[in-house]
Write a protein that binds this ligand. Sequence first.
Ligand code: NAP
Length: 550
Amino acid sequence: MVAEQPQPVVTEVDAIVVGAGIGGIYALHRFKQQGLSVLCLESAAGVGGVWFHNRYPGARVDVESSEYCYHFSPELFGEWRWTERYAAQPELLAYFNHVVDRFGLRGDIRLETPMQSARWVPHEARWHVATATGLHFAGRFLVMATGNLSAARDPDFPGLADFAGEWVQASHWPDRPVDIAGRRIAVIGTGSSGVQTIPVLAAQAEHLTVFQRTPNFSVPARNGPSDGALIDAIAQDVPGRRSHLLATRAAITSGQNPLLPYAAYTEAERTSRLEWQWAQGGQGMNRVFADQGTDQLVNDRVADFVRAKIREIVTNPAVAEKLCPYDHPIGSRRLCVDTDYYATYNRANVTLVDIAADPIERITPTGIQTRAGHYPVDLIVFAIGFNAFRGALDRVDIRNERGATPTGGWQRGPRTLLGLMTSGFPNFFFLTGPGSPSVLSNLVLMNEAHVDWVAGLIAHMTTNGYDTVEPDRTAVEAWTGTVAEAASKLLRLGVKNYMVHVNADDGSRVFMPYIGGLDRYTEIMRDIAANGYPGFRLSQLVAPNQTAAA
Ligand code: NAP
């Protein structure tokens, strides 16, 4: 006799949100407000998403705090006071916890409950979700709020298993004290994370060795106390401010205006714009001239300006030269925003190793062996980035009724409609996905825009008796073409970085985020909603009186 398997207890909700970070917290709140039953699954021991995990020394946001915060609630905006122009990780984490408590969301979030698998069951029009902790849920909608830069790239250097010291990942910095003072430390990776943590580690370490494969352009943050008067002024009209931000290219407005092409300025004005932006600090260096992203000569002028600053700051000319990027136009990879990054290389306890010229061969029990030498270290910090865009979707087992996975058809780059849905996956959303402005924009506002749009679509379905939505394949192909067209004239398309997918067969490139601007993008989303969701197939799979859990 075969023993009867116990049936799992399935908890039914309207929407299952995966991830309690920026997007997940707002989705939970917004969906609850419209009367849906919602559950949020979170693998970590706390809320905050990237701001829970990225607790490396020096971690702070590189978009100004007055913009990098929720704008959906004027009350929330008005009551929170940022202490710094660019908030540090602990303050961001406190903020997201505050939001969760203020809106009564904590009870709807299951911490330390990683989603393991999801299956679409068409005759129920439900997603069935299983967690690694053995729980089962069923929901009409499955919303992945798992981020684009959340699945860390794991270090696979030979010999790492035999390293006798300690190693950590910047993006999953342990939630316990890590000794820095008096230790010999290596940092591998010089993207935004490396650039932020290097000066802080150098100030405490006995010695810091930085292993740089590709230099990036970095500009000073000019961090300082937040501008209370500015925040008070915004607080007078948060809805107006929110609409304004969503009608800009990236919801990042610090910098200079009006933005004209290079040719529109005299030589003296060009120099003064560059100097002003350097003194001002921040991402505005991407927007000194309107055509710096499309005209190589204009870009060269901005890049030359920043390289000259690097040479001014770094006293050893050979080190300065190693830090100067020549292989990519400025702004074609994410611009780093730092505090004392270049000056750190003037410290006697800091060494820069150019691993493009002298590659790492292996990790030894006592340090790092490059082709030319051995660097003894006690602690290795890997700041080597993420499996961007699809990493968070690929690490869980999501399948439709044919057994396909959402990214299974993405061999030649992501295929999405609006960067929110893909064909063959009904009622399945991924917030800020590839094909949306995503990482090119202020991700708090970007998430708000996506969640609001999905909430509107769900309301439309409820009103009109639909239980299922899925993008048409032709609409997905058309949007994928729109995303490609928007990037086609950009200098950055030719540059290797996590935003560019390189096709394995012919080496052709696909720029994954939509670079047409958040302003244009939100207009398109609004038009689609106003016109009854063309490109999205709305249907009723289950008769109204049929019980869902048949
Ligand atoms: P990243 O920009 O992808 O940088 C990874 C770095 O590791 C690069 O320098 C890369 O070199 C290097 N690397 C990767 N694999 C390597 C290997 N096998 N050997 C040696 N070096 C290797 O990652 P990230 O710094 O974590 O930043 C990712 C994104 O997260 C940022 O662009 C930003 O959007 C976001 N972020 C934001 C903040 C903030 O708001 N303050 C902070 C941190 C991160 P190559 O360039 O040669 O590949």
